[in-house]
Design a protein around this ligand. Sequence first.
Ligand code: PLP
Length: 408
Amino acid sequence: MIQNWKERFSEDCKNFEGYPIGKTLKLLSDPEIISLAGGLPSPDVFQKSGLRNAVTKILGPETIDRVMQYSAIPGESSLIHAVMNFLKRDGINVCEDNVLITTSGQHGLDLAGRLFLNPGDLVMVDRPTFAGAFVAFGLNRPEYIGVDIEDDGSNVNAFRQKLEEIKKSEGKFPKFIYVVPDFQNPTGITMSLEKREKLLDLSYEYDIPVIEDSPYRDLRYKGEMIPSIFSLDQKREGTNVIGLYTFSKIFCPGMRVGFNIGPAEVIKKMCNIKEGNILNTPKLNQDICCAFLNDMGLEEHLEKSRNYYREKLNLFLETMDQYFPPETGVSWTKPEGGLFLWATLPKHIDTDELFYEAIKYKVAFVAGWQFYGEDPSTNNMRINFSYCSKDQLEEAVKRLSKCIKEQL
Ligand SMILES: Cc1ncc(COP(=O)(O)O)c(C=O)c1O
């Protein structure tokens, strides 16, 4: 009988713990708890009848046999073409060879990590950044060079300084820079145009790829769209950027479909990895996403979603102003889109401990430490404003303020 399974696990998996957020979400089964923790889009904007109609059509007698079969590993050609058109409206021009359909954004990250990282390799990131990226890359056991994010996105000067230090010490260069430039998860911060250009300068100067993760790009509620780093790279005739996209936030997470874009050589290799890890993304889900892009009134749907989330964001920000006056020492970001904002509490409050207190007040958030690759900050929280009803959002802020005021 095998007594010790752990000693048989691979070095990559032995100490791999998966997703910390997943574990805390399990504590939230009490229906009385108002959870601002998950990154859930609202079912209020889901295109339910659109989905029903698409499924009925896709499962018709002419097409059902193909839907029930294995399908092409790079993705359905119809979806790839729909994606190419989708990107065109955002100033990005790619061919079939530059697109790989993924089984969601998390899979896109996983492919990037597997493709580039050996144990001990370095990845340059914002502090904080998307926790799921640490989980996806974690299986390859990299180390992180983090730089505190600023109100207008990555601190590119500090990235440069770190790279200069590495150059001088003849150390190992990071394999890539990972950023979420639009309405970042967890802070909601957007990178300015100037910084996007500067990041590209840095990428060219030091020959470092940029991985641009863009799940929220189309969810802008205020202000002007800023060109994606991928499109700026194309304009400068560069090939340094890999873009990661998902249908999870603009359509629905249940589909588990996304896409990666990049140089043909990178996409081909990612496809080879996909052959080994999942083969094809389910054709049914791809066909549904294709219908989402082509037949369900995309622009109208996005406009409706933006109007819906804008109201929630505004209400949330107003309620925060009301319950957290400046003397509380609590501050928070003012996102122009996306699903999250980031609150900073007085230094002495450890939000990991506060999480368990807040559950007693029947409200939940994600403790900020989970969004750091190294040396976590302990007095932040990520707050999701997209999922709860407006009444719940107001009540959640009231509960949070009661709970936090106890700690002041
Ligand atoms: C920045 C970022 N990247 C990737 C993902 C993963 O997306 P998906 O749910 O499609 O796997 C998320 C999900 O929250 C995200 O916020």
